[in-house]
Design a protein around this ligand. Structure first.
Ligand SMILES: Nc1ncnc2c1ncn2[C@@H]1O[C@H](COP(=O)(O)OP(=O)(O)OP(=O)(O)O)[C@@H](O)[C@H]1O
Ligand SMILES: [Mg+2]
Length: 459
């Protein structure tokens, strides 16, 4: 698609969006309410002065990032996003797009920014019923006064991107809900703005189509490098899409972080409640759960070194790595001892490659199968195949328990979502029967810096 914007894009490295101490209070005495809030008053304290929809919001969104804003109904999400395209003016605070303070420019310039730098996709997209899909997609460009030939060309490209090439000449009424929403997306893409604001854009779609749209959005984002700010109250959607997620409550942003951060370290009970229902297996990755492997032997250690390592770690198997720490496989105690007895000096013939390794970014959902296949903790390797950690099965099972339920009794753990239960018990049922083998290779938590892992573990 031709790049015709750039009006407000700053230099490289400038965040696409910068929000600084932004307040939005609806009501006639909004300024007074903002002053009181800044002085420490609560939302309820200022209720008589107005509705504090957004309170002291600050965040930055990098170019090409998908930033998700989530929170319960009424928490201020739409109000916040509407200040990002100048639809609402903050009561206090600044909003910058590509470094430009959008409330410090004149009306004409602001209109220009709104047309060329940000576009918006809503839940119920207002398509013009008597115009074709193509004309609908081209509509914002028509408003901008782009000539007919080029606006139709750009609209066509956008329809191609969302998979509606063959529907260009149809009327909106001939489309399904998902397709109509795609037209909305195509319209935003045709405008070719740097920033896309999407307010519950997929919420009206049925689950399968919604998932398709989410996948398509991620694909489009990686292809086009748009900055996307996406509002949802669906945590699974937030976790799937968001590079980072801001959680809002009663007008305030209570936490900003990656899905993993929010899931594993919720800032408060409100966030913890939210994340209790999420399908954690799709969000968490192997790297977040891996532990330091206790029994690792270099190939060169031979059966003697291997047996010593297993004895010291009190385990019945050890991972074998070569000089560059590339995972070669596993050796088992009985075979190592037999080899020792027979005077064998090399591990070569003893190493078994019967375990499936996963990489650091493998989602937990995909760790279950290898975990069920092998009694050993699942080895985790980096892109180069080096052993960086292991996931003991018990850690995998524990991860299925939402954080705030962990300390509670058995009875309360029935609050656990049905999905979690299913996954956990499936993994247990499929587990091999070799008793006690699951802890064959013990493990301990891996420190935050992966480069430190397993040093000094060589026998
Ligand atoms: N134009 C308005 N005038 C007065 N109050 C408003 C206006 N728009 C929003 N509000 C109030 O501001 C608060 C935040 O509303 P907002 O629409 O931003 O919430 P939301 O998080 O988008 O909710 P939802 O998930 O239901 O869309 C609510 O209390 C709402 O009633
Ligand atoms: Mg809303």
């Amino acid at each position: 698609m031709t790049k015709t914007t750039g009006t407000t894009t700053g230099t490289e490295g400038t965040p696409a969006v910068q929000v600084e101490n932004v307040y939005k209070i609806f009501g006639r005495r909004s300024g007074e309410a903002a002053r009181k809030l800044k002085a420490g008053a609560s939302r309820a304290d200022v209720a008589s002065l107005g509705t504090a929809a957004v309170i002291d919001a600050s965040f930055e969104v990098a170019k090409g990032e998908i930033f998700v804003v989530m929170g319960l109904s009424g928490s201020g999400k739409s109000t916040l996003i509407r200040m990002l395209n100048g639809l609402w003016k903050p009561t206090s605070g600044t909003v910058r797009l590509g470094g430009q303070d959008i409330n410090a420019v004149g009306a004409k310039k602001l209109r220009d920014i709104r047309q060329k730098s940000v576009s918006m996709v809503f839940q119920h997209f207002a398509l013009l019923p008597h115009r074709t899909v193509l004309d609908n997609a081209a509509y914002p460009l028509e408003i901008q006064g782009v000539d007919k030939a080029s606006r139709l060309e750009r609209a066509r490209t956008a329809l191609d991107l969302v998979g509606l090439t063959d529907w260009a000449d149809k009327l909106p009424s001939q489309l399904s809900g998902g397709m109509r929403q795609r037209v909305g997306l195509a319209r935003a893409l045709a405008a070719d703005t740097d920033v896309l604001l999407m307010d519950e854009a997929f919420s009206a779609l049925d689950p399968l189509i919604r998932r398709e749209m989410q996948e398509q959005l991620v694909e489009l984002q990686s292809k086009l490098g748009k900055t996307i700010i996406f509002i949802t109250h669906d945590l699974n959607e937030a976790m799937f899409l968001g590079d980072r997620i801001a959680v809002m409550r009663d007008g305030r942003i209570v936490q900003i972080g990656s899905s993993e951060e929010i899931l594993s370290d919720p800032a408060n009970d409100y966030v913890a409640q939210f994340v209790a229902d999420v399908d954690r297996t799709r969000v968490l990755t192997a790297s977040s759960l891996m532990h330091r492997p206790r029994a690792v032997v270099p190939m060169s250690a031979g059966p003697r070194g291997a047996s010593r390592t297993m004895r010291e770690a009190q385990v019945s198997a050890a991972y074998v790595v070569d000089r560059s720490r590339t995972l070669r496989g596993v050796v088992y105690d009985a075979e190592v001892v037999d080899a020792l007895r027979a005077g064998v000096t090399s591990l070569e013939g003893l190493v078994r490659d019967d375990l499936t390794a996963v990489t650091e970014d493998t989602s937990l959902a995909e760790v279950f199968a290898p975990a069920a296949e092998s009694p050993l903790p699942v080895p985790v390797t980096d892109a180069a195949g080096r052993l960086v950690g292991v996931i003991p099965r018990v850690v995998l099972l524990e991860a299925m328990v939402p954080q705030h339920l962990e300390e509670t009794t058995d009875e309360t753990s029935t609050q656990d979502s049905a999905d979690d239960d299913t996954v956990a018990s499936a993994a247990v049922e499929q587990a091999p029967t070799s008793a006690g083998a699951a802890d064959a290779v013990a493990a301990e938590p891996v420190p935050a810096d992966p480069s430190e892992q397993t040093t000094g573990e060589h026998p």
